[in-house]
Design a protein around this ligand. Structure first.
Ligand SMILES: NC(=O)c1ccc[n+]([C@@H]2O[C@H](COP(=O)([O-])OP(=O)(O)OC[C@H]3O[C@@H](n4cnc5c(N)ncnc54)[C@H](OP(=O)(O)O)[C@@H]3O)[C@@H](O)[C@H]2O)c1
Length: 292
């Protein structure tokens, strides 16, 4: 069994990116610039954004963090996005989700200039992905594809089962795995909360992607011997014995599932780290497209 270590795969991607950024800077050009908007002070969102900003610095990107109060109006947030759209020094814009209730998330996603949509959530980006056109791929499924590539895991002709159909993970994941390219060409089944016989379907999976947000939902009796298991789930589960008062749990019961698999991602230390790698790659792509 191989542990698909996100640290190793993400470091490889980031080393490549850093080399490119170093060359850009040596040529006397400005560094790629990511602007992140964080609304409120949700603990998990704070952690994700801090990590994104830190990793930007590590590879030589410029980053700007814009903090807005939890009670910000939708109008003010949309104005902020518009000013970043119009700022020629900004290559990529991300708005950390989830957003507070008074803000319509879809409106926010659609307000971002598709040329700066490094999260890949804009319908223009999603449409291009469906049609197999070059675009910004949502960072988490992109990161998973980078991981499959890094560990050179064969996907062609395999049956991939994706649990979850969200616009940010499950659905784009199913499209990427079924695409006609080197780490695609799977036969894909996408499952959701109305799926009947989920266990039987999972047992047919050569590649199982769990992205439902239910801690330790996937048990050993749902996994075929020798499968590749990708655990996307990140849930904070209260635990008084932990320093922070919680532990991060994936969607897969790792200890019982891992021995059955050919390869598995740990949580933490798996897909989460690849997500940031995907975002950084998108940001460099946006820079190149905008600035040549
Ligand atoms: N590692 C990372 O970087 C990263 C990035 C993004 C998200 N995540 C994590 O990934 C998980 C999923 O995120 P998300 O944003 O995609 O969540 P989401 O929007 O809540 O979507 C969850 C999906 O799972 C399906 N589902 C829920 N319960 C199910 C069940 N019992 N059986 C089958 N399907 C079920 C839902 O079905 P319906 O459509 O029918 O409701 C939905 O399609 C969360 O834990 C999130 O924190 C991790």
């Amino acid at each position: 069994m191989i542990v698909l270590d996100g640290k190793v795969a993400a470091a490889a991607t980031k080393d490549q990116l850093k080399e490119e950024v170093d060359a850009i800077i040596r040529a006397g050009r400005p560094a790629p610039h990511l602007a992140a908007i964080l609304v409120g002070n949700n603990g998990a969102s704070e952690t994700y954004v801090a990590s994104k900003v830190k990793q930007c610095a590590e590879i030589g990107f410029q980053s700007t963090l814009i903090r807005l109060d939890a009670d910000v109006s939708e109008e003010h947030l949309l104005e902020k996005i518009e000013s970043l759209n119009n700022d020629p020094s900004v290559d990529g814009i991300l708005v950390q989700l989830p957003l507070p209730k008074q803000v319509n998330e879809q409106k926010v996603i659609e307000a971002i200039d598709p040329a700066k949509d490094v999260d890949g959530f804009h319908p223009a980006s999603a449409g291009k992905l469906v049609q197999g056109l070059p675009t910004f791929i949502p960072a988490t499924p992109y990161g998973i594809m980078l991981m499959l590539e890094h560990f050179n895991l064969e996907t062609k002709g395999k049956h991939a089962v994706v649990i979850g159909r969200s616009n940010i993970v499950g659905r784009p994941m199913s499209i990427l795995l079924s695409s006609n390219n080197r780490f695609g060409n799977c036969t894909v089944t996408i499952c959701h909360s109305h799926t009947h016989n989920l266990k039987e379907i999972c047992l047919q999976a050569d590649i199982l992607v769990a992205a439902l947000g239910k801690p330790e939902f996937v048990k050993a009796d749902m996994v075929k011997e020798g499968a590749i298991v990708i655990d996307v789930g990140i849930t904070r589960v209260e635990d008084n014995t932990a320093k922070k008062g919680f532990r991060i749990k994936g969607d897969v019961a790792y200890n019982e599932v891992a021995p059955k698999t050919a390869a598995i991602t740990p949580v933490p230390g798996g897909v989460g780290l690849m997500t940031i790698a995907g975002l950084l790659k998108n940001t460099l792509q946006a820079y190149k497209q905008r600035r040549g």
